[in-house]
Design a protein around this ligand. Structure first.
Ligand code: MN
Length: 637
């Protein structure tokens, strides 16, 4: 059975049986009424696939039924197109199904009957309306996501132009929303479907390559699982282990990011260990690390520091049978939250609609708060950017979480807490250690701002802050009015990359403003009429419209040889120590080449690359400050 026709030909009786099996508390009578009403209202309508429109409604509600959502959501999903596509009146829905269901349907319905100037504007307005309705009731976006998922599953029936633009919108708007809501399963399917229509050749190639080696890979995965199971049994850990297929899109993203062909994408082996308790997760991780060599830089502890979308798991990568294997370790609870995200929380709405639930949509509130006055098009353009920014949570010494954008600094934190604290911020401590004011904060950090009466903002602060609120307060305090003052300053700090391109004179090169390539990213040059070469990212969408004959392949000059530094860290082993140390390296953007213990329990040998020696005096004290680190020594390699 193909995915697009999961409930095709299903009788009403078995549909209701399905509802009951996923949600024993559902009001089946009401669901049946919605079923009958929708079937009648759409009776003459067909989809592009040739199927009845009702098939789309069944499938949309089926996606939500499987997420075990409530009666109102299921009914609204069945009825979600009645106001837009049939003669049904609002009053009729209200009388028959009540206010709650009506407002859910209205939330996903395009309010304007008159089409705006362009299809894009029309869609943009709809997205804004859906998000505004979502603030009032999160179930609106869940219905919209289910609707979109089924539309994506049946996208092949539309013409190419629509397939591409709908897929693009899915990837730019709905995928990041699903991610922010922690709905990984739905997100992965949307990603793969978008890829299928946006890059059909790549998608088909990935598909056939994966299929070709499937038998062998399945065999290898089975053997990896058996080995992991044996290790767990030996440690008396009761857990389930699965092989996990990586979705196509994540493979594609990796290929693109590293500009490598399929053959070189390594970690196609992935397993998931589901343990009974959180303690068991760490014990399982210890057992895995004891049995196989970890690939050092790949360790992540999302249990002690959950992602902003509340995702929790331990991630590591080890070599098993010389193959790099991605391992995720989590409890069943964490597993359900990871697969279903906010839907898992919604189920316990009355007893447990706690702070966590609100935290999941705080990003949306922030986005909507200051963007409602813009035009729909501008709103959606900004939304696309905001959706891709990850949030972090930094704690006050009292433990209150302050949401900030990625790479925010203690100054951003200070202004987020209070303007006065920002204006008098003198120094900052992160996790009890003094840090420079441009220190990059991470989720879970505890930040303490030390204020002094005579401390005041400097112009430099404008360069190191990441939030608009901090920047505007600083500007206010400094009396900078014109935006151009600041822009000029910001431009000055931008690195000049024109001299770093192989084979062309710096004076003949211009960095394009549309995609602003960074050093190391894959680039393409475009010969302009004045003889200069504009440098674009190879993935820059604007390249599509440019003449191929004027494009030139370019490479970056190799980096100068970097210093290899070796340090010896004396430790008293504890759970999480490894990760704490590696986090310091990644926060300072230092590449770790190797970590090993040379068979001693109390020493770590870390080799890493360093671009300028000046960061060393910053790094060492931070490692020393980690709990259970006794001494750090450097040695020259
Ligand atoms: Mn629909």
């Amino acid at each position: 059975m193909s995915k697009e026709s999961l409930v095709e030909g299903m009788s009403k009786k078995s549909f209701l049986g399905f509802v009951k099996s996923f949600n024993p508390h559902a009001d089946l009578k009401k669901v049946e009424e919605a079923y009958d009403f929708a079937k009648e209202a759409h009776k003459d309508q067909k989809r592009m696939s040739g199927k009845d429109h009702f098939d789309h409604l069944l499938n949309t509600s089926y996606i939500l039924i499987k997420l075990r959502l409530d009666t109102e959501t299921i009914c609204a999903a069945l009825l979600h197109d009645t106001l837009e596509d049939t003669e049904t009146k609002k009053e009729t829905i209200k009388k028959k199904f009540g206010d709650e269901i009506l407002s859910l349907i209205e939330g996903v319905t395009k309010i304007r009957k008159i089409r705006l100037e362009t299809v894009e504007e029309d869609r943009a307005e709809n997205i804004r309306e859906v998000l505004l309705a979502t603030i009032k009731d999160i179930r609106v976006i869940l219905i919209k996501l289910a609707d979109r998922l089924h539309n994506m599953r049946t996208l092949k029936y539309l013409d190419e132009k629509d397939r591409k633009s709908i897929s693009q919108e899915t990837l730019e708007i709905y995928v990041p929303i699903a991610y922010k809501l922690g709905m990984y399963k739905l997100k992965s399917e949307l990603e793969d479907l978008s890829l299928r229509y946006l890059e059909p050749e790549i998608y088909q190639e990935l598909k056939s390559r994966i299929a070709k080696k499937k038998e062998q890979r399945d065999k290898e995965i089975r053997s990896i699982i058996e080995k992991a199971k044996a290790v767990m049994v030996e440690k008396k850990l009761d857990c389930r282990i699965y092989g996990r297929a990586k979705n196509f899109y994540s493979i594609y993203k990796k290929m693109k990011k590293k500009s490598i062909p399929f053959e070189e994408v390594r970690d196609l082996y992935a397993i998931r260990i589901i343990a009974k308790t959180q303690d068991d997760c760490y014990r399982a991780l210890g057992a895995i690390h004891a049995a196989w060599t970890p690939i050092s830089t790949k360790f992540d502890d999302y249990i002690s520091t959950p992602k902003p979308n509340l995702y929790q798991s331990l991630h590591t990568e080890v070599l098993i049978d010389k193959k790099p294997v991605e391992v995720q370790i989590r409890t069943w609870d964490m597993h359900h939250v990871a697969e279903e995200g906010i839907a898992a929380h919604w189920r316990y709405k009355d007893t447990e609609r706690d702070k966590k639930f609100d935290r999941r949509i705080s990003w949306l509130k922030q986005i909507l708060e200051w963007k409602t006055s813009k035009s729909a098009r501008e709103f959606v353009e900004d939304l696309k950017i905001d959706l891709f920014k990850d949030e972090i949570y930094v704690l006050t010494p009292k433990g209150d979480p302050i949401p900030l954008p990625e790479k925010a600094t203690p100054i951003d934190f200070a202004y987020a807490v209070h303007t006065d604290i920002g204006n008098h911020c003198a120094r900052a401590k992160v996790n009890n250690a003094i840090v420079p004011l441009d220190h990059e904060l991470k989720s879970g950090d505890v930040c303490e701002v030390i204020t002094l009466k005579n401390a005041a903002p400097s112009r430099n602060w404008l360069k190191i802050t990441k939030t608009n609120i901090a920047k505007s307060k600083i500007r206010q305090k400094l009396g900078i009015v014109a935006d151009s003052d600041v822009k000029k300053e910001e431009e000055e700090v931008k690195e000049d990359l024109t001299a770093k391109i192989e084979g062309v004179k710096a004076s003949n090169v211009k960095m394009s403003k549309c995609c602003t390539p960074k050093y190391g990213e894959s680039i393409i040059g475009y010969r302009m009429k004045d003889g200069k070469v504009a440098i674009h990212l190879s993935a820059c969408p604007n390249l599509k419209d440019l003449e191929d004959t004027r494009k030139v392949k370019l490479l970056w000059k190799q980096k100068e040889k970097q210093d290899l530094v070796k340090i010896q860290v004396e430790i008293e082993d504890r759970i999480g120590l490894f990760a704490d140390i590696l986090n310091i390296f990644s926060a300072m953007r230092i590449n770790v080449n190797s970590i090993n213990t040379k068979n001693t329990k109390n020493k770590l040998y870390i080799v890493f690359e360093i671009e300028d020696r000046e960061s060393l005096p910053k790094l060492i004290p931070q490692i020393k400050a980690v709990k259970n680190v006794i001494e750090v020594k450097t040695e020259q390699d």
